[in-house]
Design a protein around this ligand. Structure first.
Ligand SMILES: *[C@@H]1O[C@H](CO)[C@@H](O)[C@H](O)[C@H]1NC(C)=O
Ligand SMILES: *[C@@H]1O[C@H](CO)[C@@H](O)[C@H](O)[C@H]1NC(C)=O
Ligand SMILES: *[C@@H]1O[C@H](CO)[C@@H](O)[C@H](O)[C@H]1NC(C)=O
Ligand SMILES: *[C@@H]1O[C@H](CO)[C@@H](O)[C@H](O)[C@H]1NC(C)=O
Ligand SMILES: *[C@@H]1O[C@H](CO)[C@@H](O)[C@H](O)[C@H]1NC(C)=O
Ligand SMILES: *[C@@H]1O[C@H](CO)[C@@H](O)[C@H](O)[C@H]1NC(C)=O
Ligand SMILES: *[C@@H]1O[C@H](CO)[C@@H](O)[C@H](O)[C@H]1NC(C)=O
Length: 689
C-alpha cells in the first residue's frame, strides 16, 4: 500500500512476472492490465496527448489478440508465456507513464519533462514490437484475421510517428522564455504565459493551486534524495505558479476562502482517530517523532535519538537490549506520514511543545532559499504586486491579497523574509482595524505566521502592533481572528524584551485568560502557550497571580473531558508558578492538591504526569508537612511515581525520586515518634515488603 502511494512521478517500478506463473493467470492479469490502460482514455491529457492516443490504439488492438489467445488457451507454450510475460512488464511501464500523463496536478512538470516522456513512449513501443515479434503464434490456434492484426500492430508499433510533438515543443519554448525573463528580474510576458496555461488547461485559481501543491511535494521528495538535480527547475516552476495564482487568477474558486476549514480526507482516517499523540513520541526523547526509524527488533525511535544512542557506543535496541545493526537505519515512511497527518489534523505544531527549550526562530535551513534565481524573482515580483493591492485595492482585492499573503507566509522562511523585507507588516497592521471579518482574519493569520521570522517581531512592535493585536485578541470579529492574535502574542513572547513590554500593558494577561475561558480548543491552546511564554519573564509572575490565573487553570483541570493538550499546558503553567512560594500558596488555597492527585490518577500522558510531579514536589517544598501528609495518605500516588522512575525522561526520574524520598522520610520520622497513626502507616509499609 505504502509503496504504491510513494511512487514518484516518472519512475517505473515494473516487475517481470515470474516464469513459473500459471499461464492462465498471466494471461488474465495481462488482459486486466490492458483494460486499466484503456481506462486512462477518459482522462484529460495535456502534454504528449497524441503519443498517449497512439498507445491506446495499440493496446486496444493487442487486447483483441489476447482475447483470441485466451479463447484458445489449451496449453500455452513456454515461448508464449515468456513473450506474454515480457508484454506484461512493458504494459506495467506504460500504465505508470499514462498515470503520470493524466495526473491532474502535474501538468506543468510533465510539460517540462515532455521530451523525456516522448522518448519513454518510443522505448515502450519498441519493446512491445519486440515482444510481438517473438510471439509464437504457430503454437496456438488463432484466426487468420488475428495473425494479420499482429503483423499490423507490429508495424504500428514500429512506425508510429511517436516523438516530441510540435505543440508541446512550442509550449515548452514559451515556458523557457518566461523562466528566462524571470531570471533577469523581468515580469513575464502575459501572452506567453497565457499560451502555456491554455496549453495545459490551467484556467482557475484552484487548478493553479493544485499545481503548486504538487510542485511543493515534489520539492520535498527531491530534497530527501541525494541528487537534488531537479530542485532548481522545480523551484522555478513553483515560483512561477505562485506568481500566476496571485496575479492571473483574481478570484478564488472552489476552495473555501478561509484556510481554517481545510481538511484532508484520508483512507487511514479511522486508524488515526484511535491513535493518541503519545503513540507518536520517541521512547528516548519523548518528543513527537519527525523521522521515525524502526529497528530490526520492531521498535521505533526518532532518527536523531537513536543515532545519538548508537554514537554513545551502545549498539543495542534501547527497549529490548538486543544487538542491532546501526548501519541500515531505514525511515519508517508509513508511521512518518501517519504522524504528519495526525499532527496536521489535530493542529499540533511538532516543533512547538511548550516544555522544549529549542529556539523557535531557527528553522530548516533548506527553507531559507527559494531554490533558484527565477523563483526568487517570481516571489519578489509577486510580493510587490500583493502589497500594492493591500494598500490601493478594492475591498475584494484586499481580501484576495491578504489571503495570498496568508498562504505565502505559511510555506517558507524565504517567503516570510521576502514579505517582511518588502514592508508588508505595516499594511497588514492597518488592515486589522478594517471592519471586515474576512480581511481581519486573513491579516492576523498572516501576521501570526510571519512572526516566526525574527525581524517581523521587531517591525511589529515598532509599528505599534502590540495594542492592535491585543485588540484583535479581545474584540476580533471572528473567534479565529482572536485565536490567531493569541498565537501571534505567543511568538512575540519568545523574546525576553517583548515579554516585559507585553506584560506592562495592563490588559494583556486578562485578555489571554478570557480566551482560555471562551475560545475554541485551538484558541485556548494559543492563549495558554502565550501566557506560559510571558511567565518566562519574572515580573509577569505576580501579574498573572493578581489576574487570577490560578483559579482559572484549576477549574480547567477540574473539567472532566478536557483536551489532553490543554491539560498539559495548564499543568506547565501551574508548575512554573509553583516555583515561587506565593505561587504554591495560591495553588493550594484553591484546593488544587486533590485536583492534581486526581490528574495523576487518570491521565495517560507522560508529559502531564511529569508536570504533576513537578507541581507536587514544589508544593511539598513550599507547602510543608500538611501537603506531605496528604500525599502520604494517598497510596494511589506511588504507582505512577514508580512508573515514572522507570520510564520517564531523566528530569522526570529525578523529580519522581526526590518526591519518593520526601514521602519516605516523612514516614520514617513518624515511625520513630510512635503515634497511632504512624503505626498504621508502618503496617502498610510492612505489607508492602
Ligand atoms: C548499553 O545498554 C545496556 C542496556 O541499557 C547497558 O547494560 C550497557 O552498559 C550499555 N553499554 C554502553 C557502552 O553504554
Ligand atoms: C550489519 O549489516 C551489514 C551489511 O548490511 C552486514 O554485513 C553485517 O553482518 C550486519 N551485522 C549484524 C550484526 O547483523
Ligand atoms: C530552558 O532554558 C533556560 C535558559 O535559557 C534554562 O534556565 C532552563 O532550565 C531551560 N529549561 C529546560 C526545561 O531545559
Ligand atoms: C537564512 O537567511 C537569512 C536572511 O536571508 C540569513 O540571515 C540567515 O543567515 C540564513 N540562515 C541560514 C541557516 O542559512
Ligand atoms: C527584490 O526586488 C527588490 C526591488 O524591488 C530588490 O532590491 C531585491 O534585491 C530583490 N530581491 C531578490 C531576491 O531578487
Ligand atoms: C501557519 O503556517 C502553518 C504551516 O507552516 C500552517 O499549518 C498554519 O495553518 C498557518 N497558520 C495560519 C493561522 O494560517
Ligand atoms: C506525623 O504525622 C502527623 C500528621 O498525622 C504530623 O502532624 C506530624 O508532624 C508527623 N510527625 C513528624 C515527626 O513529622
Amino acid at each position: 500500500m505504502c509503496d504504491a502511494h510513494t511512487r514518484r512521478i516518472l519512475t517505473f517500478p515494473a516487475i517481470r512476472p515470474s516464469e513459473t506463473a500459471a499461464p492462465a493467470t498471466l494471461l488474465f492479469s495481462l488482459i486486466t492490465l490492458s483494460d486499466t490502460i484503456s481506462s486512462y482514455k477518459s482522462k484529460p491529457i495535456y502534454s504528449n496527448a497524441r503519443n498517449a492516443k497512439d498507445s491506446f490504439r495499440l493496446v486496444s488492438n493487442i487486447l483483441v489478440i489476447l482475447e483470441e489467445i485466451r479463447r484458445d488457451q489449451t496449453c500455452l507454450s513456454c515461448a508464449m508465456v515468456l513473450s506474454l510475460s515480457e508484454l506484461h512488464y512493458v504494459f506495467q511501464k506504460l500504465r505508470f507513464l499514462l498515470e503520470d500523463c493524466t495526473k491532474s496536478d502535474a501538468r506543468m512538470w510533465m510539460l517540462t519533462r515532455s521530451e523525456k516522456v516522448s522518448n519513454q513512449f518510443r522505448a515502450i513501443f519498441r519493446s512491445i514490437s519486440v515482444a510481438l515479434d517473438v510471439l509464437p503464434l504457430d503454437s496456438v490456434d488463432v484466426s487468420v484475421e488475428v495473425r494479420e492484426l499482429v503483423g499490423l500492430v507490429k508495424t504500428q508499433a514500429l512506425n508510429s510517428k511517436l516523438g516530441f510533438r510540435p505543440e508541446d515543443q512550442r509550449a515548452l519554448e514559451h515556458l523557457r522564455s518566461i523562466l528566462d525573463q524571470l531570471e533577469h528580474q523581468m515580469v513575464p510576458d502575459p501572452n506567453n504565459l497565457k499560451q502555456v496555461l491554455d496549453h495545459l488547461g490551467i484556467c482557475s485559481w484552484t487548478g493553479c493551486n493544485k499545481e503548486i501543491k504538487f510542485l511543493d511535494s515534489e520539492i520535498g521528495s527531491e530534497k530527501s534524495t541525494s541528487k537534488k538535480s531537479d530542485l532548481g527547475i522545480l523551484s522555478s516552476l513553483m515560483g512561477l505558479m505562485i506568481y500566476n495564482r496571485c496575479t492571473v487568477f483574481t478570484t478564488v474558486d472552489g476552495e473555501r476562502f478561509t484556510i481554517s476549514g481545510e481538511s484532508h480526507k484520508s483512507s487511514s482516517g479511522h486508524l488515526i482517530k484511535s491513535l493518541k499523540v503519545d503513540d507518536f513520541r520517541c521512547p528516548i526523547s519523548l518528543e513527537i517523532m519527525s523521522d521515525p526509524v524502526t529497528l530490526t527488533t520492531g521498535h521505533t525511535y526518532d532518527r536523531t535519538s537513536i543515532e545519538k544512542w548508537f554514537r554513545s557506543g551502545n549498539l543495542t535496541c534501547p527497549k529490548t537490549g538486543e544487538k542491532v545493526n546501526s548501519s541500515n537505519l531505514v525511515s519508517n515512511l508509513c508511521i512518518g506520514s501517519i504522524i504528519k497527518q495526525y499532527c496536521h489534523e489535530n493542529g499540533i505544531l511538532v516543533t512547538e511543545s511548550v516544555d522544549s527549550n529549542r529556539s523557535r526562530d531557527t528553522t530548516n535551513t533548506d527553507e531559507n532559499t527559494s531554490g533558484s534565481v527565477a523563483a526568487n524573482a517570481a516571489i519578489n515580483i509577486t510580493v510587490d504586486y500583493l502589497i500594492d493591492r493591500l494598500v490601493f485595492g478594492t475591498n475584494e482585492a484586499k481580501h484576495k491579497a491578504t489571503y495570498e499573503i496568508r498562504l505565502l507566509s505559511k510555506t517558507s522562511v524565504f517567503n516570510r523574509a521576502c514579505l517582511v523585507e518588502a514592508g508588508v507588516v505595516p499594511s497588514l497592521l492597518d488592515l486589522l482595524c478594517v471592519k471586515n471579518p474576512k480581511i481581519q482574519e486573513n491579516a492576523i493569520a498572516a501576521l501570526l505566521n510571519l512572526s516566526k521570522y525574527t525581524k517581523t517581531k521587531k517591525v511589529l512592535v515598532e509599528n505599534g502592533g502590540l495594542e492592535l493585536i491585543l485588540e484583535v485578541a479581545q474584540n476580533g470579529l471572528r473567534m479565529e481572528a482572536r485565536q490567531h492574535a493569541a498565537g501571534t502574542l505567543f511568538y512575540l513572547a519568545s523574546v525576553d524584551e517583548y515579554r516585559d513590554i507585553i506584560g506592562k500593558i495592563p490588559r494583556s494577561i486578562p485578555v489571554l485568560m478570557e480566551l482560555v475561558l471562551e475560545g475554541t480548543n485551538r484558541g485556548k491552546k494559543n492563549a495558554l502557550v502565550a501566557i506560559f511564554g510571558l511567565l518566562m519573564y519574572p515580573e509577569n509572575h505576580w501579574k498573572a497571580l493578581a489576574a487570577g490565573i490560578v483559579p482559572l487553570l484549576v477549574d480547567l483541570l477540574r473539567s472532566p473531558c478536557q483536551h489532553e493538550d490543554l491539560l498539559i499546558d495548564s499543568l506547565a503553567i501551574l508548575a512554573t508558578l509553583a516555583e515561587k512560594s506565593d505561587g504554591t500558596m495560591a495553588i493550594l488555597s484553591c484546593g488544587a492538591l486533590h485536583v492534581i492527585l486526581d490528574v495523576v490518577g487518570f491521565t495517560t500522558s507522560r508529559a502531564a504526569k511529569e508536570y504533576c510531579v513537578t507541581l507536587l514536589l514544589a508544593m511539598c517544598t513550599n507547602g510543608g508537612g500538611d501537603v506531605v501528609h496528604v500525599l502520604v495518605s494517598n497510596p494511589a500516588l506511588m504507582g505512577p511515581l514508580y512508573s515514572l522512575l522507570t520510564e520517564g525522561g531523566s528530569r522526570a526520574t529525578k523529580k519522581a525520586s526526590s518526591l519518593i524520598r520526601i514521602l519516605h522520610e516523612f514516614n520514617e520520622k513518624n515511625l520513630s515518634s510512635g503515634t497511632r497513626r504512624s503505626i498504621r502507616i508502618q503496617e502498610q509499609f510492612v505489607d508492602v515488603w
